[in-house]
Design a protein around this ligand. Structure first.
Ligand SMILES: C[S@@+](CC[C@H](N)C(=O)[O-])C[C@H]1O[C@@H](n2cnc3c(N)ncnc32)[C@H](O)[C@@H]1O
Length: 116
C-alpha cells in the first residue's frame, strides 16, 4: 500500500515545485498544463461557487498558489492559502505576490478557527 509522504512537497526550487504540482504527462509538459489547465479550473470554480466582490476564499493545499493567483488576478477576492509544506507556503507568498493573499499552516488555521 502506498504511504503519503508530505516531504515530497518540501521543494525549495520553484520550477521543481511546479513540476510536482502538475507533472509532465504524455506529450504535455508542466508548462503547457499550467497555462491550459489553470484557466479551465478557474472557470469551473466560478461556475460552482460564483465568487463575487470581496469574497474570502480558502485555498486548502494551495501549493505555490496557482489557483489563488489566477483568482486574485481576475476578481476582487481575497485568498487564504493553506499548505502543510513550509516551502510551498513560502513560494506561494512570492508567486501570488498580492496584498489580497496570505499563506498559513494548517496548524494556524486550526488555532484561528478554534479560537473563535
Ligand atoms: C499537487 S499540489 C496542488 C497545489 C495546488 N492546489 C494547485 O492545484 O496548484 C498538493 C499540495 O497540497 C499540500 N497538501 C497535501 N496534503 C495536505 C494536508 N493534509 N494538509 C495541508 N496541505 C496538504 C501539499 O503540500 C501540496 O503543496
Amino acid at each position: 500500500m502506498a504511504t503519503y509522504n508530505p516531504d515530497v512537497f518540501e521543494l525549495h526550487d520553484l520550477e521543481h515545485a511546479k513540476s510536482i504540482i502538475l507533472t509532465d504527462e504524455a506529450q504535455v509538459s508542466t508548462h503547457e498544463r499550467w497555462i491550459s489547465e489553470t484557466p479551465y479550473l478557474l472557470a469551473q470554480l466560478q461556475q460552482w461557487c460564483q465568487i463575487e466582490g470581496a469574497a474570502q476564499v480558502l485555498d486548502f493545499g494551495c501549493g505555490i498558489g496557482r489557483v489563488s493567483k489566477a483568482l486574485i488576478e481576475q476578481s476582487s477576492a481575497f485568498a487564504w492559502g493553506v499548505d502543510g509544506s513550509q516551502a510551498m507556503r513560502a513560494h506561494a507568498v512570492s508567486h501570488v505576490n498580492s496584498a489580497r493573499f496570505a499563506a498559513l499552516s494548517p496548524q494556524l488555521l486550526d488555532a484561528a478557527t478554534l479560537a473563535g
